[in-house]
Design a protein around this ligand. Structure first.
Ligand SMILES: [Zn+2]
Length: 438
């Protein structure tokens, strides 16, 4: 009799070795994964029936040299062709499907269907990053996530061990999910009461907690701030170090593609989880840019078979990395630069092309917003409340805004029925209405 296979453990064990594979071994592995995905998508997903033609030869082989001819999938495709993007059938063993939603920068939510293997890959990639950072799975980990009633302060939702279940020390660990509705003071109290060593949330949120801890005179310590969702600024990292005495581990992930990359402790940048996702950093021609150049991030997660994403434009720009001095052969992203649309300026000459973290949308309880620079240091946040009777948490967004853009900005919040479109019929989230010349 065969032992039942522990796919989770097998994949994790593989990752701990494969990060040191020769580049040609990795390439062969990626191509075998991609080939399965391409064949599955072409046979079972209407959206991809013709789209993949460039890479299929007449005999049904795959011509990898023509990979870049596969059209890039956009967020708009996700919205307009959702049904056609769903697989009629899943490969054996890929497991049940669930649906998650992401709002993204446009405020137009997209739905993504996921399968069991995406969770297996995400867990294994997370654990590899934890190991790289010497995180201790026997300690307590808390993640600020969602709005589930069960995860509300003061108790949060206890989810038990958070490391691999075959690791004896990890079995002593505990983890919590704590609602996004938790305010800064409650969160600081929660960290202390649960003796959490690790907290997972966005870097701006950490920054807000740090400023609040200082303002309230509360002391909280963490071993490691696990940040994600956007790049942490040096100001964020400094605040995390100063207030929590913590180092930071900044991973790059998305709801669409799972765990995409994790930071190297020696080299500069993030190692791509190349066993789970193909990451291309492409220029305007859709072809990869060289190391040291900027481009758009295009992802192809290998095990997303319920709704395959083949060359999906993630919506972020990044600086392509080279090889790393740590000995891992996983390709590198030198830096995720963010979405480079908003240009706000400061009278001292600084210009910022960041975006406000998505959590602000939740704090304001709104779906649509527009942030306008209306004076040298004056900004207006116009938002459409989900519910006019329930006010949004404008004070938190104010703090978040100043942590993201300029410390000395003055914000005014305006609740509106709708965000007016531009003359060209475009809905803009970030506008500069301040004419410096005028
Ligand atoms: Zn490295």
């Amino acid at each position: 009799m065969n032992q039942p296979r522990d796919l989770q453990r097998e994949f994790y064990d593989m990752l701990m070795e494969s990060q040191y594979w020769l580049p040609e071994t990795m390439l062969a592995y990626q191509r075998s994964q991609l080939a399965q995905l391409l064949r599955h998508a072409r046979a079972n997903v209407p959206f991809y029936e013709k789209r993949l033609d460039p890479v299929f030869t007449r005999t049904g082989d795959i011509d990898w040299d023509r990979w870049h001819e596969i059209p890039i999938v956009t967020r708009k495709d996700m919205q307009e062709h959702r049904d056609a993007m769903l697989a009629r059938e899943l490969p054996r063993g890929h497991g049940a499907t669930g649906t998650i939603e992401t709002s993204g920068s446009t405020g137009m939510p997209v739905k993504i269907s996921i399968n069991r293997l995406t969770a297996v890959a995400a867990n294994a990639n997370r654990w590899r990053a934890h190991r790289t950072y010497d995180l201790d799975w026997s300690k307590t980990y808390a993640a600020r996530d969602g709005y589930a009633e069960a995860a509300e302060w003061p108790h949060g939702q206890s989810l038990g061990p958070w490391g691999p279940k075959w690791d004896e020390r990890a079995l002593q660990g505990n983890s919590y999910r704590i609602s996004r509705g938790t305010d800064a003071q409650q969160m600081l109290e929660f960290i202390n009461r649960t003796n959490s060593a690790y907290l997972s949330t966005g870097p701006k949120q950490f920054h807000v907690y740090a400023l609040e801890a200082e303002r309230l005179g509360m002391e909280s310590r963490l071993d490691c701030a696990m940040t994600h969702g956007e790049g942490a600024s040096s100001g964020d990292l400094e605040a995390i170090r100063r207030v929590f005495g913590a180092r930071a581990m900044e991973t790059y992930s998305s709801k669409e593609a799972g765990q995409i990359a994790y930071p190297c402790r020696l080299g500069k940048g993030l190692h791509i989880n190349a066993e789970s996702v193909l990451v291309e950093i492409v220029g305007d021609d859709g072809k990869p840019v060289g190391a040291g150049s900027s481009g758009r991030i295009v992802v192809t997660p290998f095990v997303s078979t319920a709704q395959p994403l083949i060359r999906y434009e993630q919506g972020d720009t990044a600086l392509a990395g080279g090889s790393c001095l740590c000995g891992r052969s996983l390709p590198m992203i030198e830096a995720v630069e963010g979405r480079s649309t908003a240009i706000f300026t400061h009278p001292d000459g600084r210009a910022v092309s960041r975006m406000l973290n998505e959590s602000a949308r939740e704090m304001l309880r709104c779906t649509f917003w527009q942030i306008a620079q209306v004076g040298p240091q004056h900004f207006e946040v116009r938002y459409v409340p989900n519910d006019w009777a329930t006010p949004g948490d404008e004070a938190s967004v104010d703090a978040l805004y100043r942590a993201t853009f300029f410390e000395d900005s003055q914000l005014q919040f305006v609740r509106v029925r709708e965000i007016p479109l531009t003359a060209a019929g475009k809905y803009l989230e970030y506008v500069n209405e301040w004419d410096r010349a005028g």
